[in-house]
Design a binder for this molecule. Structure first.
Ligand code: ADP
Ligand code: XUL
Length: 524
């Protein structure tokens, strides 16, 4: 039987998948379904539901479930060998939460195959929509939980992160305070990732330490629920959460629903899902400490593997469990792709014209600076959105295109200093990693070469590689991470973007101007 493994990525704007052949080192299929396009009746924009309050951002679990059915349908119609898949795992946008009644366990175990996954899920939701990572409406809940955990330092030591607006714990607290009746009706709380693995496995799934660390509820040393954090967050919370289980856990065979509807092998294994950043860590081949990757997805994230748990004293960065063991560091910038898109759309450009604008403007942008806080920003924390400009005319389209990317790269460099040494090279992934001009500014600002891989979908690739690793570990009693990831994560040699020495020197100076502008605006 061939060694086919499937990775799914339920991310902010799309559900995507990668089917790989472990024996030949080939990616057999790489596809994505965009939520706004294929499921317009859920009313999302860029995959999310906005509110009049810009800090409130939700999405619909039913939309994610519907997308799973549509993706399997599409793969079946494309004639992919679904019956030969040995194991499936997945990746989910981090922090988002799904609220179900205590009937969820039975409903998911005994699915009605005459309905869809969403029909089954709809019967047990106790909250129709749930907050996602873009939601920053929980500052007062964060303050309360932080105080109980002994302030920022105590929170970072206990959970790997300061108590953070988008993290699941503060979001659960807000729900329990604002809707106590619905909270009481809630018997099970899932993350986007554990909802995905529950539907694929046909049973309530545990949460892995990669995604569990994004909740402010997990003890970052012991990788178990943190009693003090649970108590500080909401009543009876322990009873509503599934267990935490290692990222390589096999839950069992796949849901009979998928066997009957799409012809999956009844013996195919369902592997626990993880967060999109922990999966991207694997999908960019960062199974050992010392390498850095930047994902340019809806959010821009900078991450790397760590052998020991080193936390950020300023509380901007996070530590998550790495699916390869040990830990990973992560910094997340909310104004990533959507900020670049906003600039592109404001001037009526397509991506080629956006790139041409960057090529046509000088490195350093003649002193122009932008703080692209179109949405409330995570790093640095900005709750009231608004774009700030210095020496930059809002009417000057090319200069604004360059300004948004220069600002994002300088901000990433500045706010990642706590991680230690400057990266020697950077692996880029995510939708915008297809853009050469963006990667050139990245290389120049970090004064380091940037590499790209065959697929920009590092999260789905990482999920497929995690499925392969878990399967092999279970079957053979051992599985070597480097052996599994290297055929798929070797950078495309021709993709190398070298830094330009003059540009790097200029950005060394400009970064100081950027830091001063940012700091002045933060104190306004
Ligand atoms: P996510 O996984 O968070 O849903 P993706 O990694 O799929 O996001 O990235 C989607 C984003 O990629 C889009 O919002 C778009 O702005 C960006 N993108 C796609 N092509 C380009 C391009 N050529 N240049 C810059 N950005 C691009
Ligand atoms: C990470 C974060 C985002 C989401 C969506 O902390 O909030 O990167 O995982 O991609």
């Amino acid at each position: 039987m061939p060694s086919y493994f499937l990775g799914l990525d339920s991310s902010t704007q799309s559900l995507s998948s990668i089917l790989l052949d472990l024996d030949t080192g080939e990616i057999l299929d790489d596809r994505a379904l965009n939520f706004d396009e294929i499921l317009p009746h859920y009313g999302t924009t860029n995959g999310v539901l906005r509110h009049s309050d810009p800090t409130v951002v939700h999405s619909s679990p039913l939309m994610w479930a519907d997308a799973l059915d549509l993706l399997f349908q599409q793969m079946k119609h494309a004639g992919l060998p679904l019956g030969d898949i040995k194991a499936i795992s997945g990746s989910g946008q981090q922090h988002g939460s799904v609220y179900m009644t205590s009937l969820a366990e039975k409903q998911i175990r005994e699915m009605d195959i005459h309905g869809t996954l969403a029909d089954n899920l709809a019967r047990v939701l106790s909250r129709p929509t749930g907050p996602v990572w873009m939601d920053s409406s929980t500052s007062s809940e964060c303050d309360e939980i932080r105080e109980s955990l002994g302030g920022r330092e105590g929170a970072v030591k206990a959970t790997g992160s300061d108590v953070t607006e988008r993290f699941t714990g503060p979001q659960i607290r807000k729900f329990s305070i604002e809707e106590p009746g619905a909270y009481k009706q809630t018997g099970h709380i899932a993350l986007v990732s554990s909802l995905g693995s529950s539907l694929i496995a046909g049973q309530i799934s545990p949460i892995d330490p990669g995604d569990g660390a994004g909740m402010n509820l997990m003890d970052i040393d012991a990788l178990t629920w943190h009693s003090g954090a649970l108590e500080a967050t909401a009543s009876d919370l322990r009873t509503k959460l599934p267990p935490i289980a290692a990222s390589h856990s096999i839950l069992g065979v796949v849901n009979p629903y998928l066997v009957m509807k799409y012809g999956l092998n009844p013996a195919a294994k369902a592997v626990v899902w993880s967060g999109d950043n922990p999966c991207s860590l694997i999908g960019t081949g960062l199974v050992k400490p010392g390498m850095t990757a930047i994902s340019l997805g809806t959010s821009d994230t900078l991450f790397g593997a760590m052998s020991a748990c080193k936390t950020d004293p300023r509380g901007e960065g996070h530590v998550f469990g790495s699916p390869a063991g040990g830990y990973m560091s992560l910094i997340c910038f909310k104004n990533g792709s959507l900020a670049r898109e906003k600039v592109k759309d404001t001037y009526g450009l397509d991506w080629d014209q956006f790139s041409a604008s960057i090529r046509d403007t000088p490195v350093g942008n003649q002193g122009a600076l932008m703080l692209p806080w179109f949405d409330p920003e995570i790093v640095p924390k900005v709750l009231t959105p608004g774009v700030r400009r210095q020496n930059l005319d809002a009417e000057d389209a090319p200069a604004n295109c360059r300004a948004v990317v220069e600002a994002q790269m300088m901000s990433m460099r500045l706010h990642s200093e706590w991680m230690g040494e400057k990266p020697q090279c950077i692996y880029a992934t995510g939708g915008a990693s297809a853009n050469q001009e963006i990667l050139q500014i990245m290389a120049d600002v970090f004064a380091a070469p940037v590499f790209r891989q065959e697929t920009a979908n590092g999260a789905a690739l990482g999920a497929a590689l995690r499925a392969a690793h878990a399967f092999k570990l279970d079957a053979d009693g051992n599985a070597d991470w480097e052996e599994i990831v290297s055929p798929f994560t070797k950078p495309v040699e021709s993709s190398k973007v070298d830094p330009n020495a003059d540009a790097a020197a200029l950005y060394e100076e400009k970064r100081k101007e950027y830091a001063a502008f940012e700091s002045a605006q933060l104190s306004v």
